[in-house]
Design a protein around this ligand. Structure first.
Ligand code: CTP
Length: 400
């Protein structure tokens, strides 16, 4: 089989050097990559580097090899176009359909999925002109990856960093695997909660659980690759931020509730993958609880936490919003799952049978997704990404 053809567009920003790593990952994983830099990109990384790493000639304008009509052919033949970094100028040109060099021509002639990974200073990213261009591109079906927050060129920090090449590569891999030209979650805002809440007893101790957050992160990552704007509410996780996802860190169930309610206000779908503590200590000791010799330990009194899933399901922020819950069951999985689905009032409930090999923190999962409409979708034992894709399939079906 022919290798999938990827066009790596590089526009003129300091993050161009990170595109070399992305190029390496793409070629080493069996993709035929043609690099199309802009003239300004070559100020940062020279044509020789792109050519040597990709094994193809490199040109920035349409006047080389004119007999091969490169300004049309490169775009037409591509299975994926990814632009990393995409500068504010590149986003503006792409949104307005300008075609004054080889890369912008390629973007106009491409009929395959397009991934854009913007990188620029925070002010440029936040400018209404850029935001409107991004919204236009997303509406048309391009996957625009949200920039990361961190150190920018020079000493300043903020939103605008190019996500790590490995993360951009993951988005490309997923977009290519789906092959859909217009991603099915384009223009949608989805909220995912992940991890496990911690309920403090005193400044050093808490009641918590062993949820790693991996399933929630897989949901966030796959939704971003399907074109959604994603808010990931992460409770006590230690995982790298997925590319293109807004991460809101929280600690307790009460903080998780606040963050979910805020993000859900304009969301098309909410997936509650977080393990939320049902109870919290009634009293928080401002100072560390000390043991006293010859005295039995004090019992811990607990009070109930709000049931966030039930609350957002019964008082929907928007009509047509799709709400998904998760449940772990040890026995009578289907019966208990159905009862829980009804009690919570959500549209879908992903029921995990917890058993010996299905431990917290593992890379795999197995589940049945129950629908309020009576449907049952079994998901065989496999990567958490596969379960995530099934959840989004069921969500997009309901959104449509
Ligand atoms: N959930 C929530 N708020 C809570 C508790 C749970 O939103 N206070 C959500 C979780 O994010 C998950 C689902 O509800 O989506 C799990 O429901 P829960 O009743 O907590 O499941 P189990 O812990 O399996 O329940 P039970 O103890 O009743 O078996």
């Amino acid at each position: 089989m022919d290798k999938p053809k990827v066009v790596l567009g590089v526009s003129g920003g300091i993050a161009a050097y990170k595109a070399c790593e992305l190029l390496r990952r793409l070629t080493e994983s069996g993709h035929d990559v043609r690099v199309v830099p802009t003239e300004s990109a070559l100020h940062f990384v020279g044509a020789a580097t792109w050519s040597a790493l990709s094994g193809h000639p490199v040109s920035t304008e349409v006047w080389s090899d004119v007999h091969e009509v490169p300004h049309v052919r490169i775009g037409q033949e591509a299975d994926l176009v990814v632009v990393a970094p995409a500068t504010a100028d590149m986003l503006a040109k792409a949104a307005h359909g300008l075609a004054d060099d080889l890369l912008t021509n390629t973007l106009l002639t491409a009929r395959c999925p397009v991934v854009l990974a913007p990188a620029m200073h925070t002010e440029m990213w936040e400018h209404p002109a850029t935001q409107e261009n991004v919204a236009t591109l997303r509406r048309r079906g391009a996957v625009v990856i949200e920039p990361a927050v961190g150190r920018l060129t020079g000493v300043d920090t903020g939103k605008g960093r190019l996500p790590e090449p490995g993360e951009i590569f993951e988005v490309c891999r997923r977009v290519l695997a789906r092959g859909a030209v217009v991603p099915d979650l384009a223009g949608r805002h989805v909220v995912v909660s992940a991890g496990g809440t911690r309920e403090p007893l005193d400044p050093v101790r808490f009641l918590g659980n062993r949820s790693s957050g991996k399933q929630g992160y897989a949901l966030a990552r796959t939704a971003a690759a399907r074109g959604a704007r994603v808010t990931l509410i992460a409770a006590n996780t230690a995982l790298p931020d997925p590319a293109g996802v807004d991460v809101v860190p929280v600690g307790t169930a009460v903080q998780l509730r606040e963050a979910v309610l805020k993000a859900a206000a304009d969301a098309d779908a909410v997936v509650m993958a977080a393990a939320v503590a049902d109870f919290r200590p009634a009293v928080y000791a401002a100072g560390k609880i000390k043991k006293k010799d010859s005295q039995d330990p004090e019992p811990i009194t607990l009070v109930r936490n709000p049931d966030i899933l039930a609350e957002i399901s019964t008082e929907r922020a928007r009509s047509g919003q799709v709400i998904v819950g998760f449940a772990a069951e040890t026995d009578d999985v289907l019966v208990n799952g159905r009862t829980k689905l009804e009690r919570k009032g959500c549209d879908l409930l992903v029921v995990n049978e917890v058993g010996e090999r299905k431990t917290f923190g593992s890379e795999e999962n197995e589940a049945i997704v129950l629908g309020a409409d009576g449907s049952e979708t079994p998901v065989p034992y496999g990567p958490k990404e596969a379960l995530a894709e099934t959840v989004w399939d069921l969500v997009t079906h309901r959104l449509a």
